[in-house]
Ligand binder design. Sequence first.
Ligand SMILES: O=C(O)CCC(=O)C(=O)O
Ligand SMILES: [Fe+2]
Length: 458
Amino acid sequence: MAETVVAGIPTSDFKITGTLHYSHDESLIKSDRDETPTVDYSLLYSNDLDQRAEALQHLAKACEDYGFFYLINGVPEDVVAEALKALSDFFNQTTLDEKGEYKKKNPTDRVRWFSNYNSEENRECLKVVAHPQYHCPSKPAHLRETLGEYLKRSHEVELGLARALSKILGMEETFIEKASKLQAGFDVTSVNFYPPSSQSKGPVGLADHTDPGLFVSLIQDVNGGLQILSQKGKWISVKIPPNAIFINFGDQIEFLTNGRYKSNVHHVVLENNKVSRISIGTLHGPALEASIAPDPEFVNQSHPPAFPGMTYKEYLEFNGFDEIDVQSSITQLRFYGLHGKHDIQVGKGALVPLISFTNKGLKRIGKDGNIIGSTWWQLGCLVLIRRIDKEEKDAIGEADYVLQGKNSIKGGKGALIPLISLCSKGLKRIEKDGKHGWEHMETNGVPCACIEAPPPVG
Ligand SMILES: O=C(O)CCC(=O)C(=O)O
Ligand SMILES: [Fe+2]
């Protein structure tokens, strides 16, 4: 494994070392053996209690060892086939102009279509919000009903799986449902159309990524191209058996279980594809307003909280993308050490790296508690806050902290600033004489999140 050092940080003062989840030896990449476990959904709810206990045990092993599996007897085969057929009709029978109507116009669009053909991605993609309200293109006419039926069935399976997962985690059956407010769970379905390799602009259908959400259910018309990185570091080709759907954990299950279950990196390669392929992946997420943080049950001295708590909506917007883009932000969180896999070494100078979860900024406060300046930065970019020494203070004569960052620092308006400190010193929001600011805080090495928002000032 190659060591990855964060670029742009003055290494003499501050260094993050560690390996990124996405870095792996090329030699580990190929694996033709399909090791993916198969779980029988019907047995998880069998009337035979011994059979049920055995099925739950098998599920537990699949979740711990893999975090992805084929699920049989969940959604009926004909329902899957009809949905795939209707979506094939969408891609093949709808004109470019008709599809173009669904190009992104504003962040609240609930149906979106785009087409990307380049060296990093080769697919046409239709995204629809599937739950709590189901949205769908108006053509072809039969799409709404057939896709709707599939999504209804897969939502039922989602609830059933959430209960089974809660049980095998040793929690109450409704644990995941309650924690993620699943009644209003935000599900987005991505329908991908990949061309045969002869028509693509490179071998990549979809680059390495993880999916937001608790878990993803995926069906496809033909096998070919989806590969998933196992916990042992092998790429496994996904070959979905008949009457099965593929289940893969998403980022929020990793957050909630504090890393006990992993969100798995996957990608799509096209190089061997002789024909086009359609996949339908539904990201089953928590409700947008549900705040997901490591549950105390999974936190202890040897497993400090590896993620900050944030709502699903905040998480989806972390990258600057919006809800229906459903882009993962886990890399940034892992990258900056919040995953707990990185050694964070703070050198002299008490540099405190901070990440902002919104594109709003930090207010600086002077000795008297008055706000004396503000700085904004882009989503997810790293900003170092350096406590200035006396000499410098005399020279500048105003602030307690200096912000520095090589990532583009943007001007802007607003004052919401959720922050995370990665080292033992943090910032705490203070309120003094009706004024808002930040002060130093000891956090005993555990990442602290200050997610209160001072009102806009000045
Ligand atoms: O097309 C596939 O098999 C995978 C699609 C995927 O990973 C996604 O849409 O997030
Ligand atoms: Fe994905």
